[in-house]
Design a protein around this ligand. Structure first.
Ligand code: 13P
Length: 303
């Protein structure tokens, strides 16, 4: 079957099953094209929480489907490829978190949404890259914050608060291994370009950025900036909406590290198969879902 046949069969099945396709900006172009909703991690969670559809097909990674299952236990959540995990989410275990809690008994635990449901269940509140600073500032009674599992995001947030931020030593390999030299090279090749970075990039790279923000904040920046050339410090999937929305601008990816292999595991073929078989289902058990939902709801209440 060719691309457009696959796309129209998926759309037909979504209608038949009263389903919606939610897709992250890092997804393949052909998947983004047919999504009902395209967004960053925060927007996708909000959409999952609000939808009236009975079936949610998640074109993203495992923690995103889990978040949908936590927020909508009555809906069927499908993740078309179960191996589509997030290497950053794997950088912490419940046992390691428990030890850290014992070491910092007064610290509030702020957990990046890129984490397993079980880790969320042991957290005080969640955050995404869109709202991390707001979330930390909202914790008025806490002077000390343990931010897990992304150390780079934690160090970025620390710039905006006088609370003591204790960063976990996890990272997203795709963002973390972008080198300052690669940015310097891209800037030398494109002297008029601005450089924008995701806060999952390492501190030396973030330091070089003209703008730092979540995927949706980066998209908004590119839409409104006068700059005609932009070096984009995040996963290459974001090039799809950037080029579509700004055909007159030039976008440059500075590093070959910026390809998330697990996001790319979701294909039109496995979305179609998943809708036909109604598998694989992601369902978070109630004992984990309820405390995890508390941490997500606390975050969603902050606007
Ligand atoms: P955003 O919330 O900015 O979309 O980030 C998601 C993510 O997984 C970044 O690697």
């Amino acid at each position: 079957m060719n691309r457009s046949d696959l796309q129209s069969e998926i759309r037909d099945l979504l209608r038949e099953r009263n389903g919606i396709l939610l897709a992250h900006y890092y997804q393949r172009e052909e998947v983004q094209e047919i999504a009902d909703f395209l967004g960053d991690s925060l927007a996708l969670s909000i959409e999952a929480a609000q939808t009236e559809a009975e079936v949610i097909v998640f074109a993203g990674v495992h923690f995103m489907a889990e978040s949908a299952s936590i927020l909508c236990p009555d809906k069927t959540v499908l993740l078309p490829h179960l191996d589509a995990g997030c290497p950053l989410a794997d950088k912490i275990t419940p046992g390691a978190l428990e030890k850290a809690r014992q070491r910092y008994p007064d610290a509030a635990v702020v957990t990046y949404i890129n984490s397993s449901a079980e880790i969320k269940a042991h957290s005080d509140i969640c955050c995404t890259s869109s709202n991390a600073v707001k979330v930390v500032k909202s914790l008025q009674d806490s002077r000390q914050i343990l931010m897990i599992p992304d150390g780079n995001l934690a160090r970025y947030v620390a710039r905006f608060t006088d609370k003591e931020i204790i960063p976990w030593d996890g990272y997203c390999p795709f963002h973390h291994f972008v080198q300052p030299e690669e940015i310097a090279r891209a800037k030398a090749e494109h002297p008029d370009a601005l450089f924008i970075a995701h806060p999952e990039c390492n501190a030396a790279v973030v330091e070089m950025a003209d703008f730092v923000g979540s995927t949706s904040a980066m998209i908004e920046f590119c839409r409104t900036t006068e700059a005609k050339e932009i070096i984009v410090g995040t996963e290459i999937g974001i090039m799809t909406p950037l080029k579509k929305q700004n055909p007159e601008k030039i976008f440059i990816s500075p590093s070959e590290h910026l390809v998330c292999q697990t996001m790319k595991m979701i294909t039109l073929e496995n979305i179609l198969k998943s809708l036909k078989t109604m598998k694989p289902v992601v369902k978070v058990p109630e004992a984990i879902r309820i405390p995890a939902k508390r941490a997500l709801d606390r975050m969603l209440a902050i606007r």
